[in-house]
Ligand binder design. Structure first.
Ligand code: CMC
Length: 407
């Protein structure tokens, strides 16, 4: 065989192998990676058929009725419920790291006031990495400090941007207030009623973790490169911002306002179905029954409205849930967590565009748990792809290209 024939034979073998690999990948390819395990994890568990959600094996209902958000965060991140001493220390540390550096505040002041708070949060979370840049991923103290800083400072950054975009100074965190009370205080400069703070804390618990969803996957991919935890959280925040993920709760309120009245619910729904438009706050990749978090939240909404008065959108929401169940229940489309969370936040006086940043405040706990888990058994993510483009395409010199341009 000549050299030319040998190299042609080799090229054919490579091509055949590539084609075979592509075909194999083709058989296994699932858009959106639906049903493909991307990791092993002991952090949370969902049974979508039965509507079960557990954090470290504990049913979400038990945590929502008995635990606090920071206790839940501890459970997720360190893998066990804290003792009283461990919890007190954890809360103390977080309480004393709530303030953000003046230079971060100054940077945030330069953000356009019309910018979305999720973009502001993503940029600010990434900026933390500039100040705490040591990357000692095998040092437990570094890990602990990063966990504490992120849990402590993200709420302060969300509240600070809310003030600064109106030209006001941020409201300083108060060490005498617990996590949720302090956050609501920083938003409004008003100490919330204990029921408001508790309902908000429950919302944080419900949003803290949810297996390998898009933002958590994004966090794990970023973590797998061994970058710093601030980059991990910033990349997850960017992923959470989209309307098919965390952004849905904001869209739910827009939709309820657009519907405007109980009478308009069914015509609105019919028109969505005709146009094949998604109804925000419904459907889930994993749950084929009502999201258990939505059921817990609905209870919280009721408690809040009993104390603080009704919300005009609540009746519309209840009617819409009924109508969607009638029309789309056969396709397993039911309310998800985002359907009721917006109603809670609005009752607490929180502006709509902060709903997703609040989701992020809670989900930081889950992202950090996944960051730690990823580091414990790391392999950089590097999936494959199915190439669908051309091969051996000619390079056409710039001056000769016009005739090749698509019409
Ligand atoms: N309204 C109307 N139809 C829907 C909806 C919905 N909200 N969700 C799914 N469907 C239909 C969809 O049109 C499709 O029908 P068909 O088979 O006839 O084409 C079928 O159900 C399957 O939908 P899909 O989009 O392929 O399902 P998915 O698993 O890819 O999407 C989802 C899951 C959450 C992205 C989707 O349900 C959705 O876009 N919901 C609205 C946005 C939303 O509420 N997002 C928050 C999710 S919960 C918070 C979180 O965990 O992030």
């Amino acid at each position: 065989m000549t050299v030319a024939e040998a190299s042609k034979a080799e090229a054919n073998t490579v091509e055949a192998n590539t084609a075979e690999a592509d075909n194999k990948a083709c058989i296994e390819f699932k858009p959106g990676l639906e049903g493909i395990p991307a990791t092993k994890s002991s952090i949370s568990y969902i049974n979508g058929q039965k509507g079960i959600l557990e954090y470290r094996g504990i049913p979400i209902q038990q945590l929502a009725s008995g635990a606090g958000f920071l206790e839940t965060a501890y459970l997720l991140i360190w893998g066990h419920l804290p003792s009283e001493k461990e919890l007190v220390e954890f809360e103390y540390e977080i309480c004393h790291h709530r303030r953000i550096k003046y230079r971060i505040r100054d940077m945030m002041k330069c953000f356009p006031e019309t910018g979305h708070p999720m973009d502001a949060l993503q940029a600010s979370a990434a900026a933390l990495g500039l100040f705490y840049s040591r990357r000692a991923l095998d040092d437990p103290e570094y890990i602990r400090a990063a966990v504490v800083r992120l849990l402590a400072k993200i709420p302060t950054m969300v509240a600070a941007f809310k003030q600064m975009r109106k030209g006001h100074d941020p409201i300083q965190p108060r060490d005498d207030l617990d996590y949720s009370t302090n956050f609501l205080y920083m938003l409004t400069e008003r100490e919330p009623d204990p029921l408001e703070a508790r309902v908000f804390d429950v919302c944080l618990i419900l949003h803290a973790e949810h297996t390998i969803n898009a933002s958590t996957f994004s966090a794990r991919v970023t973590a797998s490169t061994l970058t710093d935890p601030y980059a991990v959280v910033a990349s997850a925040v960017g992923t959470l911002a989209g309307p098919l993920h965390g952004g849905a709760n904001e869209e739910v309120l827009n939709m309820l306002e657009e519907i405007g009245s109980v009478e308009n619910v069914r015509p609105y729904l019919n028109s969505c179905i005709e146009r094949k438009a998604k109804i925000m706050g419904f459907g889930h990749r994993v749950y084929k029954v009502k999201d258990p978090r939505a059921t817990i939240l609905q209870d919280q909404v009721k408690k809040l409205f009993e104390k603080l008065g009704q919300d005009r959108c609540y009746d519309i929401a209840v009617e819409l849930e009924k109508a969607v169940e009638e029309k789309l229940g056969k396709k397993n489309i039911y309310a998800n967590v985002d359907f009721y969370s917006g109603l809670v936040y609005r009752k607490l006086g929180i502006p709509k565009d902060l709903f997703t940043p609040i989701f992020a405040i809670a989900r930081v706990a889950g992202w950090l748990a996944h960051w730690k888990e990823q580091l414990a058994e790391n392999r950089i993510y590097r999936p494959t792809q199915i190439y669908t483009g051309a091969h051996n395409a000619p390079y056409i010199a710039l001056g000769d290209r016009s005739s090749q341009s698509p019409s």
